[in-house]
Design a protein around this ligand. Structure first.
Ligand code: PEP
Ligand code: MG
Length: 874
């Protein structure tokens, strides 16, 4: 079996076998770019390695040796040759990009003899510098010796010389560092450092295979939902050096700005530096435009390669390069990670440039990512106190408590605290802290530092390289000049400007960019699934409309009952002992409700508006029994007002009568309408009177009256009759005719099972998947998540939280059946969804597939739903 490929034997579409990095190196080699030669050990080999109890598959080693001979021929250098040694880098490369998660070894092939050869080819100091870096990386990555132990030795030499930078150490010091490093390795592992390059190579390959299952790689895969069984490939590539002097360097660049999407090269480099120095964020690098001045020829060549790569891959590329003695080498290219803003702009620009189709552009943007653009930012009119400014590494604003430690950030974040993780720099070991934080602030590192890349990927605000802040981990504080900010103090960061502010700051709603609007317009041309919004106020309705909602899929009328000026009247209605008393309270509520509906219907002129009649159990509108009992006791003890005491006692009695063991399965939804028809009648009248008012004003409206929690067709029949009667009365009283429809929510499995019967009485269905999930699983939607559901997901009993991502297997099966049964009775039955799932991309795709007419979600998710609906169609 072939386990090892030379770069020229591969192609870009062999990612699964060669890993992303390897496949792209192969592709670039074949289109003639300056790529140092190398080989790729396949992911197959890695998978077999794990099947074989972590042993290399038979034949692999021989193939590696064979390819090393090819590299020797190509370069005229030899592995282990003291005069002219071949040196290689060994890097992991999974099929899916996992930046910084796995291990890399550079300068492999150095030993006590070849270091001399390298010294003669370059210079002594350089050779020992490479050797000590190699010993350190090999020791850390392959032999598992803590990096800090190597650092301490180096620090000692720097202190002794009174210098701060590694480059300031002379050759003889580095030679001694090398000797100490070797002694350290021998002490720690009980054997001397392996001198044989071939042995070094196999140990490094072993370590890379092993790193597929290190903790941070496992965490990264879990967060990014990358399967655990892909395995990693290993890239072995001839070394080129960016640290041979001032005509050398190394850098990373994006073909477009990954934060804004602007069409210009965007990146950083360091002169006289090697490999990971740029990404590690230890020295703050220069921007790529400086290279234009510093090395104009190299810059021109690089710029034209960037353009070529972008055209070739038809996507924005993230490119690593090294300059060795004025000669440019490309070490990696991959599809660049980008913010939502950049994703949208690049996709739309590329359509205009003729590089991709509209459909491709639609697929290039992750709907969930759009959340970032729909998030709030700092109100520019607010007076904020900016205490420092760093690099705008990942857009969006966030406020939270300053925490310096990733573990602590995770702990507090999980308790619901808002956190800003503040570090000098982050490493892959901090990833769980970044996940838990609202935003990240670092004092060192550039736009491609770890913190910046990871935060952008997660859509979290990040300010990095903020050198004005000086962090003292031990004291648990950072200082900006004289200002001291302690752990737990609240700060805000604005990742699009790089600002750091003291305290919490006011935020405002986002605006949609022209590119975003254009993309959404294309989405609308493509999609067939309608998108409506859930909105309970005219303001929300207007916002939803501005975001492109094509109607309202759910107005929850109970929210209107909760308003402070209405609650007492609602309570009067509930506490009424006679029908007359109840009617008196309802008469007061009627004009208020009518006003509500008037506003919403008007905001949605020309579009359908689904208004749901009262749904929650009535005791939700009454005070808490325990608190009431305490108050009564207090009044009794203090001899308070008799009249008040009596009233409270009455109230408590009523609260106790209404209390239920299982309110979610209790007296709610249409069951309220059955027992208190006058409440539903009042609401229906309010809807129709508002409709008449608007019709008279010449406003076109389409009210859809919705009955919740139906499980039996006779429930719906009875209430529909009630609504129809009210409509008829209102028409008669006003002499105005109007259109309306009556339908039901599908929230109970029985309703889905008997949808053919229910459809007889319904003009439309709308899946209330919050309740339908609750009732199908028998999971309380209010308790399950905190109590056990997270463990279900952790233990992979369920793939996702079904209250967030629709359970297609179970709840979805009921929905599918319901659609089929409902349309068996009424082929044109309009069916939508208004549970939380209506704004979740994978659930939207499912809704498209089973033939729903529309999804309805919160106003802010409308653009996401428009895009997801278009993607479902492509
Ligand atoms: C539902 O149950 O999915 C729904 C939309 O109604 P509510 O969330 O108000 O119960
Ligand atoms: Mg419901």
């Amino acid at each position: 079996k072939k386990y090892v490929y030379l770069f020229e034997e591969g192609r870009a579409d062999m990612k699964n076998l060669l890993g992303g990095k390897g496949a792209n190196l192969a592709e670039m080699t074949n289109i003639g770019l300056p790529v140092p030669p190398g080989m790729i050990i396949t992911t197959e080999a890695c998978k077999e390695f794990y099947v074989n109890d972590r042993r290399f598959p038979p034949g692999m080693e021989e193939q590696v040796r064979e390819k090393i001979r090819v590299l020797e021929e190509k370069t005229g250098k030899r592995f282990g040759d003291p005069a002219n040694p071949l040196l290689v880098s060994v890097r992991s490369g999974a099929p899916v990009s996992m930046p910084g998660m796995m291990d890399t070894v550079l300068n492999l092939g150095l030993n006590d003899e070849t270091v001399g050869g390298l010294g003669r080819a370059a210079d002594q100091r350089f050779a020992f510098d490479c050797y000590r870096r190699f010993l350190n990386m090999f020791g850390d990555v392959v032999l598992g010796i803590e990096h800090a132990k190597f650092e301490r030795i180096l620090e000692r030499y720097k202190e002794r010389r009174g210098v701060t930078l590694d480059q300031e150490l002379p050759a003889e010091d580095l030679e001694q560092v090398v000797a100490e490093y070797k002694a350290l390795i021998e002490r720690e592992t009980g054997r001397s450092f392996p001198q044989d390059p071939m042995e070094q190579l196999f140990m490094a390959i072993y370590a890379v295979f092993n790193s597929w299952n290190n903790d941070r790689a496992i965490v990264y895969r879990k967060i990014n939902k990358i399967p655990d069984d892909l395995g990693t490939a290993v890239n072995v590539q001839v070394m080129v050096f960016g640290n041979l002097g001032n005509d050398c360097g190394t850098g990373v660049a994006f073909t477009r700005d990954p934060a804004t999407g602007a069409r210009e090269l965007y990146g950083e480099y360091l002169i006289n530096a090697q490999g990971e120095d740029v990404v590690a964020g230890i020295r703050t690098p220069r921007t790529i435009s400086d290279l234009k001045e510093e090395m104009p020829d190299v810059y021109q060549q690089f710029a034209s390669i960037c353009e070529r790569l972008e055209k070739h891959y038809r996507n924005m590329q993230d490119i690593e390069f090294t300059i060795e003695r004025g000669k440019l080498y490309i070490l990696q290219t991959r599809t660049g990670k980008r913010t939502a803003q950049a994703a949208v702009k690049i996709a739309v620009d590329m359509v205009h440039e003729g590089l991709i189709s509209k459909e491709e552009a639609i697929m290039r943007v992750e709907p969930a990512q759009l959340d970032q653009l729909l998030h709030r930012r700092i109100d520019p009119r607010a007076s904020v106190k900016v205490i420092a400014k760093g690099l705008p590494a990942s857009p969006g604003a966030a406020s939270g408590k300053v925490i310096f430690d990733a573990d602590e950030a995770e702990l507090l974040g999980n308790q619901g605290e808002k956190i800003i993780l503040v570090r000098t720099e982050t490493t892959p070991d901090d990833i769980h802290g970044i996940v838990a934080a609202q935003g990240v602030l670092t004092s060192r590192g550039g736009m491609t530092s770890h913190a910046a890349v990871v935060a952008r990927g997660m859509g979290k605000p990040c300010v990095c390289g903020c050198e004005a802040i000086r962090i003292d981990y031990e004291a648990g504080e950072f200082r900006v000049n004289d200002l001291v900010v302690k752990k737990g103090d609240v700060i805000s960061i604005e990742g699009s400007t790089g600002q750091v502010m003291l305290g919490e700051v006011p935020l405002i709603d986002p605006e949609l960019s022209p590119e975003f609007l254009e993309l959404l317009q294309w989405a609308d041309e493509i999609r067939t699934l309608g998108v409506r919004a859930n909105a309970d106020t005219p303001e929300d309705a207007a916002k939803a409309r501005a975001f492109g909602a094509e109607g309202i899929g759910l107005t929850r009328t109970e929210h209107m009952f909760m308003a402070p000026d209405r609650l007492p009247i609602v309570q009067e209605m509930i506490l009424a002992t006679t029908t007359q008393e109840r009617q008196a309270a309802l008469d007061k509520l009627l004009p208020m409700q009518q006003g509500d509906f008037y506003g919403i219907l008007k905001a949605m002129e020309g579009l359908p508006v689904t208004i749901r009649l009262l749904d929650p159990p009535l005791h939700e509108f009454l005070p808490n029994a325990e608190e009431l009992a305490v108050e009564i006791t207090r009044l009794r003890l203090t001899g308070g007002d008799e009249e008040e005491l009596r009233k409270k006692e009455e109230l408590l009695k009523k609260v106790r009568v209404l209390a239920e063991f299982n309110p979610m399965l209790g007296h709610r939804g249409c069951r309220l309408g059955i027992t208190f028809p006058e409440v539903y009648a009042m609401q229906a009248r309010a809807i129709f009177q508002a409709t008449v008012q608007l019709v008279k004003e010449g406003v076109k409206v389409f009210p859809e009256v919705e009955i919740p929690l139906v499980g039996e067709v006779r429930e719906l029949a009875l209430l529909r009759q009630l609504v129809d009667e009210v409509a008829e009365q209102v028409m008669k009283e006003t002499g105005v005719e109007f259109e309306y429809s009556v339908g039901t929510m599908i929230e109970i499995p029985r309703a889905a099972l008997l949808a053919d019967e229910i459809a007889r009485e319904a003009d439309f269905f709308s899946f209330g998947t919050n309740d339908l999930t609750q009732t199908t699983f028998g999971f309380s939607r209010d308790d399950a998540e905190g109590k056990f559901l997270h463990e279900y997901v952790e233990k992979k009993i369920l793939p996702e939280n079904p209250f967030i991502v629709l359970d297609q297997a179970g709840v979805g099966k009921l929905m599918k059946m319901c659609v089929a049964l409902g349309r068996q009775t009424k082929p044109d039955l309009v069916i939508g969804i208004c549970g939380e799932h209506g704004g979740e991309p994978s659930s939207i795709e499912f809704c498209h597939r089973i033939g729903l007419n529309y999804v309805s979600c919160s106003p802010f998710r409308v653009p996401i739903a428009r895009l997801a609906a278009a993607q479902a169609r492509v």
